[in-house]
Write a new protein. Sequence first.
Length: 125
Amino acid sequence: MYKITKEFRFEASHQLTHLPPEHKCSRVHGHSYRVELVLESSELNQDGFVRDYNELSPFKTFIDEKLDHRHLNDVVDAATSAENLARFLYEFARGLWPEVAAVRVSETPKTWAEYRPDERPGIRP
């Protein structure tokens, strides 16, 4: 299996409104997000790539236009946790490239959340 990744960055605010008022994440706050797009394939294309990195520019455009310097609660139709954001971005990217295997989102230098559909029998994505 071949795997490639590409990292993207953006700045945004959000608020986890479902948390108790005393939880710091219930207040409006922001992050310097890092997003890692993961693509996998058992075969390489005619150019010897899983996917040419240049072909991933629509993902950067989506992030720049829809997420960068925005309030994520106005964009994402779910709680704006890193986990839900990873799934939101996975669903967008998977619609463009069948090789997309996962999306990872980091809100801080020490944390990552990943969305990767579970393909085990009996487990629903």
